[in-house]
Design a protein around this ligand. Structure first.
Ligand code: PEP
Ligand code: MG
Length: 875
């Protein structure tokens, strides 16, 4: 026979699946000998069967009989006994805490017959009638769907502006009569006078509340499985509202906001639990209880100590004091902020409760990332003018600008700017880099703005659709307010709120520590982060590199702990003033002109690399040869066509450009003439880059440095492509007298992954370009799909999270596994890393550890996150 009911004395904390979090922890407290009111738990299994069948399992009623009888025996009175009623609470409690999402009914068992008995034994008539009206109200609302306002309205009328506690016994008795009428009117039946019927109906209501809309929404958001069901706890009532020597409170064993040691909580004298939660009266700090009731306070602090020692973690508790006797109503390992999570774990190591491995296990890269963003001073924010998607956390303040070039220009003058666009595209990159934050009126969490901003660790709110952005006029309007270029706004990437004017921000001390501005021992949070990251570094097998294209980025990556550069994209080096040189290259007629154009680019490229080698002295620097199609460096077709058509005098240069753009136009540039294909069509281009790398390395070495370049070829799909580039590159390296430069390839085309054994013959290393591998694996272009159907796919559960954010283990991940296995089989010493954005995503880092990569590479800001996750993955 299935056991559906457990006495508290039968359970323990590891039975959360069956007893729910609350039931399992109540049982654990009983085992620890703590004062818990007697009771029992109906299992989640009973709930699941009820939800499937629409009826409770047949054996449930008899099992409840047995446990109720035992409870009555312990308490020395029966449920609803007229002269001295046993009352119970009926409380929900799922495996994962879902605060306030499901139902609870208190004072179950009280009836017309027993309310007098309760008045007599408590010596408090007022209390008895107040308890009864609470029962009818709560039961009516949660069990029978009577609208809550009906009761509240009647209560307000009796109160006439007074506080709850000022109502007399007679008034409350009268109110009970009114409440019973309301109940009957809305339900078509009288308020049940059979205590057991009350209890059974309340149990069903708790089961049903699993499917309450707010619970469904909460589960979806928190990714709690929808089929777990809730347990139901039946607990003997204890009363905090029996007079000034009674009360109720909630407490944490440490401060859940900062992690500071010392108990922390709120207490409310002469009140029941829901009064604290509802905020009806003002609570006092828990410390005041010491003055009010020293015996209970001391006992409570002892219990909190016991719980911390036992759970080896911060606990939160709910308690009630009934006439000087302390009762524990709930405990669990408490939720906490990211800062508290680090600080507390480090404290617990000092206290000998956990070791460093366990402390590291309890962290997450996502939490560390939260600690790295600046925040707004919560006390100083007013009403937001708009809300959008909280796409990339942080707090940014600056003057509004509407285009990328203007953002760069103002930033160069030392101004702080917020780039506001309808949506962004790769051309906005310089402006995004220059801006403090990015605000868009279109697009969601996976839009270009969101993805790029997250990668850069830059604040971003996107899809703020109340904004009408008029780029041409240089203004946006929102609810009748017009904001122009130069106006100050504040953007909160953690909440999605946008404010007019300047809200004060606080820089993250954790980032200042990474940047070397703060010593590790400056405060408890920074030293906890330092300690746990140091431990992660000792544990991890994966190396962590940075994606960096400039000396500054490389230097930051290094300060943040990068062990080299895993991806130096060279296309950014062809923008700005150098665009003219690229135009020259594209328009070149004949080999000589082409060579001249390339020769002009060479010294500029060399200087780029010198700077990066210096910043990463002694560490590997993987330089990727140019990847995007060349026409991306030319002005857009429409712009050129208009310029040519409207020019007063013929402009041969513009006409030539227009012809080139027309000639080079591609339907699907992502799948067109780019990467290695470009290198093979214009061999001088890759050749120039290889020469620049070699010359830069020779120069830095001559100056006493230790440059470690690695040359990486993008978009290879067949070994022959790589071989052709390799032959040329080796010749040039030889000419420049630079030996020992590894030449490898990106694996970002599915065919490359599937022929990895062949490609490994010509590659010294592989680096997975999981951005392109995801695009080509799924067959959709990121720029096109993120803003169009991704939200629908997320809704439908085609994927739980964007595959551009977290690696799709089953599909793209399988390509990675195949390439690792077959590449290594062909070449056991093959070095393998990843440099797509997934290299800095906590879940993906775990995957890359599992499949045996040597390193991950990610944006400098993500380096600490990757270090932490790589350490956790290795535990
Ligand atoms: C990739 O495809 O994963 C990659 C790193 O290259 P890019 O994002 O520059 O295409
Ligand atoms: Mg790529």
């Amino acid at each position: 026979m299935t056991k559906y009911v457990y006495d508290f004395a039968e359970g323990h904390k590891d039975l959360k699946d069956l007893l729910g979090g609350k039931g399992a922890n109540l049982a654990e407290m009983v085992r620890l000998g703590l004062p818990v009111p007697p009771g029992f738990t109906i299992t989640t299994e009973a709930c699941r069967e009820y939800l499937t069948a629409g009826e409770p399992p047949a054996e449930l009623s008899a099992q409840v009989d047995t446990h109720l009888a035992a409870l009555e025996q312990t308490m020395g009175r029966t449920l609803g006994q007229p002269d001295d009623p046993l009352l119970v609470s009926v409380r929900s409690g799922a495996k994962f805490s879902m605060p306030g999402m499901m139902e609870t009914v208190l004072n179950v068992g009280l009836t017309d017959a027993s309310v007098g008995g309760l008045a007599a034994v408590s010596g408090n008539e007022r209390f008895a009638w107040d308890s009864y009206r609470r029962l009818i109200q709560m039961f009516g609302k949660t069990v029978c769907d009577v609208p809550g306002e009906a009761f509240e309205h009647a209560l307000d009328q009796v109160k006439g502006g007074r506080a709850d506690v000022e109502l007399s016994a007679d008034e409350l008795r009268e109110l009970v009569g009114t409440f019973k009428q309301i109940f009957a009117e809305h339900t078509g039946r009288d308020f049940p006078q059979d205590p057991r019927e009350q209890m059974d109906l309340a149990v069903r209501a708790v089961f049903d509340s699993w499917h309450a809309p707010r619970a469904v929404v909460y589960r979806r958001q928190e990714r709690i499985p929808a089929d777990l069901g809730t347990a139901v706890n039946i607990v003997a009532m204890v009363f905090g509202n029996l007079g000034p020597d009674s009360g109720t409170g909630v407490a944490f064993t440490r401060d859940p906001a900062t992690g500071a040691t010392g108990v922390y909580g709120d207490y409310l004298a002469n009140a029941q639990g829901e009064d604290v939660v509802a905020g009806i009266r003002n609570t006092v700090p828990l410390q005041d209880l010491e003055r009010l009731d020293k015996v209970s306070f001391d006992q409570l602090t002892d219990i909190m100590h016991t719980l911390e020692q036992h759970y080896r973690d911060l606990c939160d508790i709910e308690f009630t004091i009934e006439r000087g006797k302390l009762w524990m109503l709930q405990t669990r390992v408490g939720k906490r902020t990211a800062a508290a999570a680090f600080t507390i774990a480090s404290q617990l190591v000092d206290e000998g409760l956990i070791d460093l491995d366990e402390a590291l296990r309890r962290q997450s890269g996502a939490r560390l990332a939260q600690l790295m963003f600046p925040t707004f001073d919560a006390a100083a924010t007013g009403e937001p003018i708009a809300k959008g998607v909280a796409a990339s956390p942080g707090a940014a303040v600056g003057q509004v600008v509407f285009d990328s070039a203007r953002a760069v220009e103002l930033a160069a003058q030392g101004k702080k700017v917020i780039l506001v666009r309808r949506e962004t595209n790769p051309d906005d990159l310089p402006g995004m880099i220059a801006a403090q934050g990015i605000l868009t009126s279109k697009g969601g969490k996976t839009s270009h703005a969101a993805v790029v901003a997250r990668g850069m660790g830059k604040t971003c709110v996107c899809g703020a659709d109340a904004l009408t952005v008029d780029t041409a006029a240089g203004e946006f309007t929102v609810h009748g307010t017009t904001v122009r270029e130069g106006d100050l706004i504040s953007v909160d990437g953690t909440s999605g709120a946008v404010y007019l004017g300047e809200v004060p921000v606080q820089p993250s001390p954790v980032v200042r520590y990474f940047d070397g501005e703060l010593a590790p021992d400056v405060d408890p949070l920074v030293s906890a982060v330092h300690r746990l990251l140091t431990h992660a570094d000792q544990r991890r097998r994966l190396a962590v590199r940075a994606n960096a294209d400039t000396g500054d980025d490389a230097a930051r990556g290094r300060r943040f702990g990068a062990q080299g550069i895993g991806l130096c994209r060279t296309e950014h080096m062809f923008l700005g003033e150098r665009r003219a040189l690229v135009e020259r290259l594209i328009l070149a007629e004949g080999e000589r002109e082409q060579e001249e154009a390339l020769a002009a680019l060479l010294p500029l490229q060399r200087d780029d690399f010198v700077e990066i080698f210096q910043a990463m002295d002694g560490l590997p620097v993987t330089i990727r040869l140019i990847d995007p199609p060349l026409h991306e460096f030319l002005p857009p077709l429409e712009e050129l066509a208009v310029a040519v058509a409207t020019a007063e005098h013929p402009d041969p240069h513009a006409e030539k450009l227009l012809a080139a753009v027309r000639r080079m136009h591609e339907q699907n540039p992502m799948l067109g003439l780019r990467g290695v294909r470009l290198g093979l069509v214009i061999p001088g281009l890759f050749g120039m880059q290889v020469r620049a790398i070699a010359q830069a390395a020779v120069k830095v070495r001559a100056e006493g440095g230790d440059p470690r370049p690695e040359i990486m070829v993008p978009l290879v799909g067949a070994v022959q492509e790589l071989e052709a580039v390799r032959v040329d590159a080796e010749r040039i390296l030889k000419e420049e007298e630079l030996a020992g430069v590894p030449i490898g390839t990106m694996i970002e085309v599915p065919r490359a992954a599937l022929t990895a054994d062949q490609i490994a013959e010509a590659a010294d290393f592989f680096s997975f370009g999981t951005n392109d591998l995801t695009q080509m694996g799924w067959g959709f272009s990121r720029d096109d799909v993120e803003g169009s159907f991704f939200s629908r796919y997320l809704e439908l559960g085609v994927f739980g999270v964007s595959p551009f954010e977290t690696i799709d283990r089953d599909g793209v991940g399988r390509l990675v596994r195949i390439a690792v296995a077959e590449g290594r089989q062909a070449r056991p010493d093959l070095k393998i890393g990843v440099c797509g954005e997934h290299g800095g995503d906590p879940d993906s880092v775990r995957f890359f550890h599992e499949v045996g990569l040597d390193y991950v590479s990610c944006s400098p800001f993500r380096v600490p996150v990757a270090r932490l996750e790589a350490g956790r993955a290795a535990l």
